[in-house]
Ligand binder design. Sequence first.
Ligand SMILES: [Zn+2]
Length: 875
Amino acid sequence: MTHTASLNSVVRLSDYKPYPFSIPSISLDFCIEERLVQVTSSLQVEPLADSQPLILRGVDLELLSIQLDGKVLDAADFVLDGSLLRIPAPPLQPFTLTTVCRIDPHANTSLEGLYASGGMLTTQCEAEGFRRITLHPDRPDVLSRYRVRIEADRQRFPVLLSNGNALSQGPLSGDPSRHEAIWDDPYLKPSYLFALVAGDLREVRDHFVTRSGREVALRLHVEPGDEPYTSHAMDSLKRSMAWDEKVYGLEYDLDEFNTVAVRHFNMGAMENKSLNIFNSKLVLADAETATDGELERIESVVAHEYFHNWSGNRITCRDWFQLSLKEGLTVFRDQCFTADLHSAGLKRIEDASMLRNSQFREDAGPTAHPVKPDAYQAIDNFYTTTIYEKGAELIRMLRTLLGEERFMAGMRLYFQRHDGEAATTDDFVAAILEGASADRDELGFDPEQFKRWYHQAGTPTVQIHRAWDASTGELTLRFRQSTPPTPGQPEKQPLVIPLLWALLGPNGEPGEERLLVLDQEEETLVLEGLSPSARPPALSLFRRFSAPVHWQAVQDVDELFLLFAHDDDPFARWDAGQQLWRTLLLARASGTRDSDLEQRMLEALRGLLAIEGESDPAVLATLLAFPGGAELEALQKEADPPALFQAACGLRECLGRVLAPLLHQRLEALAPQLSQAWPLGQGERQLTAVIWSWLAAAGDGAVWAQALAAVHGPSMTLARAALRALLPIDCSEREMALQCFYDRWQERPVILDGWFALEAATPRTDGLARVEALLAHPRFDPMAPNAVRAVLGGLAGNPLVFHAANGSGYRFMAAQIIQVDQRNAITASRMAKVFSRWRSYAPERQALVKQALDQLAAAELSTNTREVVALMQQG
Ligand SMILES: [Zn+2]
């Protein structure tokens, strides 16, 4: 096959046609040799329609032979054209097609298909990696039963894994230096869920008894020496299995479940049937080596991949336009899991903040796309926060609209009805509504209109206007919704927007929570009989972040402070504070401090920080957290990242200076709980981190010393918090802390990635030279996407260096992306999105980014990166 990954053609949803053959079973034979791997594939093919050509795909394969029902095909019987193999006139009866191909996993730097990572061989087939292993239709609607034989050298590859149950493993009869393993997966699956791992791995074993009493062997495979860091991931897996049984009634369906940790991996993790493959950073962790945030993330990713066994594997996607069918749903499920295990309120805030800073940014930029796109060039570019996180919000809105009980009845029907199938998002919505036995009339919304959420890109805005009659107690709320144009979608239709809201009394007394369904461009709600008073009751809006929208309501400062102090919905309370923080930071960034508002904020903070104030440290830390940079940039007329960075530094300095006595008092009160093991003590550590960052910014030498000491200490959470607090400050403690962290962890690549990211994000005057030195550092592994993302992502998050006024940061980034693209298109095309906000910058800055984009466009790029760069140039 040729070496070009694919032609630069557009794939459209409207062109979907079922594959004209079924392939009920596949037998694969992998003969792993010194450098190359020989793959023999036998497909049982059954024609579904008359006289259709058989089309298979293959990339970077050396085709050695092709046989049909045991007979070698003549050159005249098939056409090999680029990455397509075409048999124009296959038999009209079922037949067996056997191909033998040779592949070179050591030359494969794309990290798709079969590739070498360290001394092991591993696979990544989603979305279109299977065609780099053997000739196959490689589309998700072709479901087969797989049987796999792997043969390899016993010493180099003592562990041989694939999907399903192990049927046998043992030495080869003729050659004792080699051995083989045979695997059989009884469940039908698409090719993207195929996996194979061969290597010298150590196994950590545990088990889980399902609620019907079956024992499942749980095996975690890691590189030698990594065994001590696996218990958190293993415990997370058992919690996930128990949760899916309890909440969804879904049990695991095989006798064993394998997980492998791999250092060189493009994604976070991959849900291959019964053989999950994880980026090692999402497996290897304990309290000393991972932060609380990382431990929670690992728990949720382990759960996410496990939950895919049903939402993704047992029911898969008909085509890649349906990607959100499995990803949106599984993100929704892992969010609910984390909320159940920890704090539902705080989890919702975390998700809302993530959505605002990442998905809303995507929705407002040149790569905006719907949850269900209608065309793509490279599907790898659509593994986005829109497909995943916005997709999850759509399902959450359905739950809000239907109510928990009816929604869960719908979920049960979905899992029953489509088990063993490749389904669509339309199938999903239909099953949910039917299972909820919702009569269209009593639904309260139009399902067809709801489905616009899947097709319409962009973040809607809801404007809320309020009129209050102080003498009669009549409150009139007017709502107006609109969605801005996005690339290819100039006109937008009104959406079904569930709005959870409540009124708070004059002293913050909570009122009843209600659901209002907005579905018109404009609508009005009149409430009569409220107690007349001079001020209207405070409005608590979009409680629990009930829809992924922006909203604008004229709420004065008194109302926001009342909500910030008293709202009983954690999200709405936090959000009121966020509005205040946004106002303060934007004012500072524009050079005009809002002194009155700063005074009022200081007063409010005194109340919260006092020992008799907010007692939950995790809640307090969340209330004190500044809004993310992306959110603030979107609110500036001309986005100015360096000014926002300086504004945040200035505000922290002011808060740390003025509130120092209270902050120190809190620090002392928190200290005794800091050493508790996760999840205990995490709120205390989170609040300590915020307080350190404020006091450090205010030049508090005692805190600098405390932070430096924490880098030597037993908690990774506190060590990283200390580094982050010191990072913006040009002081010797910062340099010592970074050096000390490096010295301590230099042998652990997973942890050292964190150091690379922090170093690259440090606002030094010679920042770019430092980043260059990092890329040439002996511990930097250019083949590991984690390391590349750490350094280049760190640089992109370094406002003073990346956004330097002379454009040097942009040019440097463009040159790096071009280099990365030559070995790994997926990582490069994701990195290219760092330029996605460029149209919102001031003209001089835009001109500088444009030069960098031109520099990129002039280079020879992969399809993936070319697609992103072209969108950005048009945007
Ligand atoms: Zn997933």
